[in-house]
Design a protein around this ligand. Structure first.
Ligand SMILES: [Zn+2]
Length: 105
């Protein structure tokens, strides 16, 4: 197994996880439940980690993630619900999870 993506923000990681799963890649999620352990984990220990099988799936996953990030910087969007700024690559507001396309034109 290889670590393909991790971030302090669990919503970012879940976003990537959904993208990869929608692409048919099998994901192993580590540290999924450590956030419920209060006071016992250091910040980095609690980071959600996405692991994929070594080999072809890892390469495909890497490309998908790179493509996703290369699309960043295009158009950020502002949440219609909480006014939070979201990266262009997110389909849901990272803060309140309102759908991107639900915002008024
Ligand atoms: Zn929001």
């Amino acid at each position: 197994m290889k670590l393909v993506y991790t971030d302090e923000n669990r919503f970012f990681v879940n976003n990537i996880k959904n993208i990869l799963q929608n692409s048919g890649i099998k994901i192993l999620v580590k540290n999924e439940f450590t956030s419920s352990v209060i006071g016992e984990v250091s910040p980095t220990d609690g980071w959600l980690e996405l692991w994929v099988a070594d080999g072809a799936e890892f390469e495909v996953a890497k490309k998908i993630i790179q493509k996703r990030f290369s699309e960043q910087g295009s158009v950020d969007w502002q949440c219609s619900h909480c006014s939070e700024k979201n990266d262009a690559s997110f389909d849901f507001c990272w803060q309140c999870q309102t759908e991107k396309n639900r915002q008024t034109a």
